[in-house]
Design a protein around this ligand. Structure first.
Ligand code: PSU
Ligand code: MN
Length: 341
């Protein structure tokens, strides 16, 4: 995705090569390995709204099979594009049947670092393991396909104690280098939110929160997944989807390659207050450390433990927030398509 990087340095021959590789009319041509579904290919070619969806939420989320995120995207007039690695084939626009197969047969959790490893079978026309792509992995695939907007649950971040363990999600560095707009309920509430925001600032990622009529002057919290409030003010605030679309387009017109985060607080009626969650979170995080759940096993373990400790109450909240984020992402993608018309 080395679009127009230092074009002054290109010789005419290099310019020709680079324009063939990166500016040809079909967005899929930037990667011959990536499979993009016909529906998504057509929508992108026509500049119609498309929303990327991650597959980790299905393969590692255990939120049930009635999320219907694709239905939500379609109901708002956009085309859904579930991203993941199906039997060794990196894919944008997985069908519901393909996603079910991944869930049934089991998938590896795949962030940026895992993509080539899991996709190597397709290079040799063979078949391999499934990869449920995280926010990081999904952003990479979405960007390669030319998708600008991605709706999901909660961003990964700097883990509590991360200043010692150095457990910092690849989602954060991805936002630093991959121009995709992510709509999430802030970051997962068991993380170190102030440090997560510091890290995103250093990475040059735009971070904002939808105000939804609240006073925008420094009073809007960056949300904490299950809770609307975090005690940490959002670095920026956006009013609505039209605002978000204009920011996304400005970033593109300026040629800034970093990503953008639009936090969408959990719907009021579905939220679990921060105070209530705090004790549960502390237990889950402590146990994960004691039992040695490090690396990419940490987040799934903590989420699973929180589910048990809340007697399942965290699940409907998680579902409601993902669905609201995906609806919002679809609206943003529709506004973006209007602006680009
Ligand atoms: N939902 C889950 N389990 C997960 C995630 C979401 O039920 O593991 C993912 C998201 O895909 C997010 C990722 O991108 O967790 C971050 O994981 P890590 O902290 O390992 O970077
Ligand atoms: Mn991690």
């Amino acid at each position: 995705t080395a679009f127009s990087r230092g074009s002054a340095l290109l010789t005419p021959r290099n310019r020709l090569l680079s324009s063939r590789r990166f500016f040809s009319s079909s967005p899929s041509s930037s990667s011959s390995l990536l499979k993009i579904s016909p529906e998504v290919t057509t929508a992108l070619a026509r500049n119609q709204p498309v929303v990327a969806l991650e597959s980790t939420i299905y393969t590692h989320g255990a939120l049930g099979d009635d999320l219907d995120l694709e239905g939500i995207v379609r109901a708002h007039g956009a085309v859904p594009a579930v991203c993941g690695i199906l039997a060794g084939q990196p894919t944008v626009g997985l069908t519901p049947e393909e996603v079910s197969r991944m869930v049934r047969e089991g998938a590896r959790k795949a962030s940026r670092r895992d993509l080539a490893f899991l996709s190597a079978p397709a290079v040799r026309q063979g078949s391999g393991a499934h990869g449920g792509t995280t926010i990081s992995g999904t952003m990479v695939l979405a960007r390669l396909a030319g998708i600008r907007v991605f709706g999901t649950g909660g961003l990964g971040g700097v883990h509590r104690g991360g200043e010692v363990s150095m457990d910092v999600s690849a989602d954060l560095t991805e936002l630093g280098r991959t121009r995709v707009a992510v709509i999430s309920s802030g970051c997962k509430g068991f993380l170190d939110i102030p440090r997560t925001l510091e890290f995103l600032e250093t990475q040059g990622a735009f971070v904002s929160t939808f105000a939804d009529g609240r006073d925008a002057a420094g009073k809007v919290d960056f949300p904490a997944f299950w809770a609307r409030e975090s005690g940490v003010p959002s670095p920026a605030v956006v009013r609505d989807e039209q605002d978000a679309a204009a920011i996304i387009l400005a970033q593109e017109q300026l040629g800034i390659e970093s990503g953008l985060l639009f936090a969408n607080p959990i719907p009021e009626e579905a939220g679990i207050p921060r105070k209530e969650m705090e004790a549960v979170i502390e237990t889950a995080v402590r146990e994960a450390t004691e039992k040695g759940f490090t690396g990419n096993a940490n987040t799934p373990y903590v989420l699973q433990r929180i589910r048990e400790l809340t007697q399942g109450r965290s699940v409907p909240a998680n579902k409601a927030l993902v669905q609201a984020n995906v609806a919002r992402a679809a609206k943003v993608s529709v506004e973006l398509a209007k602006l680009m018309d």
